[in-house]
Design a protein. Sequence first.
Length: 286
Amino acid sequence: MKLIQKFIKTPEGIVGIIILSILITLALSAPIIAPGDPLRIAGRALAAPFSDPSLPLGTDRLGRDVLSGIIHGARTSLLVGAAAALAAIAIGLMIGLVAGFCGGIVDEVLMRVVDAFQIVPGFLLALAFVSVMGASLPVVVMAIALGAWADPARLTRAQVLSLRERDYVAAARVIGMPPVEIAVKHILPQAVPPVLAVSATIVAAAILTEAALSFLGLGDPNSVTWGSMISEGRNVLRSSPWLSIMPGLALIVTVLGVYLFSEGLTKAMTRPASTDRSAPRDGMTP
């Protein structure tokens, strides 16, 4: 595909996909690389990194393996980020499609709802939602999605407002095609690519929000997260700084990888197709 060819020509995209590939591989192979429960006690408490060959990154205050926690935490962060982005984009596409295609009072009402959600900071909305509903991974995913769907909805609406005036849409109306079929078959597929370009940004924001919620003690207590590991290490930050530094670095690398991937994808989608000047024209050889 042309999009893939353009993507692999962007340095940001290549670096981003390499970082994400490594993280996804680690997350999927976590049961093999770090078998067992990452919350179990694996050794003496506060063992320094590289002091024990079986515990390369040391242990926390309870004697839990830091490396195992980071590897299993990658699964949680990537799962929450991808699920929250998928939910936010699905809600945004639906709302934006209905608002842009219907117009009139429906558009006005839905856009005022979008404005209301955009006024409230996403993190505060997620914080309030999790505080009321309780801490669990599904609740965290939904809380993050509720704070992130407004931007995809507004972008989808803008695309739909432009696409519904195209000639092929008018032709579909003339032949009597139902409005729902026109919206789903002819408009939605053309409106999706620009929204997908911002999906990586939503994933990065979701990962950071989940880490912040876990840092505040509002994450799933039954799952290892980088935010909870950073929070655990802050109590012994002076004597054992690695407990916060290691998961913090993992979080930075993950967000950086997602950001670079997003930059590469955006450049690939906006870069015009290059013309081959050396190609023969009108059947004549150069």
